[in-house]
Write a protein that binds this ligand. Structure first.
Ligand SMILES: [Fe+2]
Length: 191
């Protein structure tokens, strides 16, 4: 597997009428090749900001290699578009939230193992965390240019919504990583 082959397959899928489903199908076909993908992406560090994660960027598609060291937990954030993760190594817990308005509502949790695929729609926010001793490495595919799309993040304690701002993000990530777990949200008011 070479990087240009991975890019070509994802870019072709992104042109299809249902790009999220088409990309998922591509990633499902790559589940048996995660060691080869991991080694093809060895030249990308995957930490220290998006510039060290991105290996393809277009108006309808961004491809990142994302590495979370042990103990790292993100603040709740969205992507401004759909997102799909293929986990390459480690164990990554994801807590998913509905983010229809500014308020978050916890929806579900899933722990990814190597070969697991997680798709998130544009109205889904998540917290990702590395569980266990080994760093997690994931191939992250997004249905737009996440460097320019309007995105949101939430304070890990107050759950106040903010526009995604990288100068604040790292501080939010530190607070999130020091917490016991991903934030809980209040159950919606009854009828
Ligand atoms: Fe994310």
């Amino acid at each position: 597997m070479q990087v240009h082959e991975l890019v070509a397959r994802c870019a072709a899928a992104a042109e299809r009428p249902e790009p999220m489903a088409a990309v998922r199908e591509v990633l499902e076909g790559l589940r048996g090749d995660i060691a080869a993908i991991d080694s093809a992406l060895a030249y990308i560090s995957g930490t220290g900001g998006n510039a060290n994660q991105v290996f393809y960027r277009a108006p309808n598609l961004t491809l990142l290699k994302v590495r979370f060291p042990a103990g790292r937990r993100t603040p709740p954030h969205d992507h401004g578009t759909w997102a799909t993760i293929l986990l390459l190594s480690g164990a990554e817990k994801n807590t998913l939230y509905r983010a229809a308005d500014r308020a978050l509502r916890k929806a579900s949790e899933v722990t990814l193992a190597p070969g697991s695929i997680l798709s998130m729609r544009a109205d889904t926010a998540h917290v990702a965390e590395c569980v266990g001793e080994q760093a997690t490495i994931g191939l992250h595919v997004y249905g737009g240019d996440i460097f320019t799309l309007p995105r949101r993040m939430w304070h890990p304690q107050t759950l106040e919504a903010h526009a995604l701002d990288w100068t604040l993000y790292e501080n939010f990530a530190r607070i999130a990583s020091a917490a016991q777990g991903a934030p809980e949200t209040r159950a919606p008011a009854g009828p």
